[in-house]
Write a new protein. Sequence first.
Length: 373
Amino acid sequence: MKLKKLFFKNHITGWCLKEVNFGPLTLLVGASGVGKTQTLKAISQLSRIAAGYSMNGCEWRVEFEESGLQYVWAGQFGVSNDTPDSIDGEEPRHTIVKESLVVGADETEIFTRDAEELQYHGIPTVKLDPTKSAVELLKEQPDITPVRNGFKKINWLKMETSGYMFFSSKMFDHTEPSRTFEDIKLRKQRRPIDNLFLIMRYAPDVFADIKETFTDIFPLVEDIDYDIRAIRTISEEKVRPVLKIKEKDVDTWIQYPNISAGMYRTLSQIVALKLADDGDVILIDEFENGLGINCIDKLAEMAQDPDVNVQIIMTSHHPYIINSIPFRAWRIVSRSGSDVTVNTADELRIGKSSKHDAFMQLIQTTAYRTGRP
């Protein structure tokens, strides 16, 4: 999956992302509150819509590439003012009022629908759930399966530093089948630190690579490991792995949650990039959170030159990070009322005269300083 362009509007709030162009690496920059995080949320919502979720009042048009083909997927849910989206329990359903999917330079129609009818290659289908995207409803069709699988590749990098993951104790008594590194990659919905435990358990060579990268950034760290704590539940025995690190010349291990936020976040990003596959789209909000200068350089380098062909879309307002990412990857976000505008550096004539002057040119733009176009 490679995202190319996105238009997104929430008709409930009026928030409208007019259009943004994405590259292999995209850094969304701009003043606080202009819509950088909301842009990531809009991308994440696309993956949920493709999976059959209903989004009250959302309208979208996204251009993307998958399996070597160019697609345009557009649609809109109706507005329901008396049934707000729920967070817990059963989610209310909202009807799609229009949707279409086309492929290729000539925009060959795959499906189109309105509130009354869904047509697949121009032929009306049987009555299908009007609250679910046709990408989900027709996912078994050969020309739609790649699209459905493509949107599964969108991953918001989870940085939560609270809570624990529980695993079956069977992995220690050899009654649970062994896993490969490829098996672990399929479980990327776990937090990176939880996946790191599985990597340590089943892919020691990969774990050694991750530890080497981490200790290069934090040379005072000597080792990474987990404490395994047994937890008895009603149904079965479980284990709770607790991350710990060992620093040089220090006798005791530092256990989570006493590990610094910068170390935790750095390790999470290293693991996430190691688990990435070709075609993944990785979303990272506030790239700099908790990171020191020693971390930023290495992680920015990894984001620019990952081991696999992934697309990274991230936000930041930290000058050091912005300076460390090539200006052609910048997308300057500004807002007027509910309308969000995203400009490239070229469009704002940033970097035309000198690469070294690009950041100074950026901070002098009205869009960056005030958040207004």
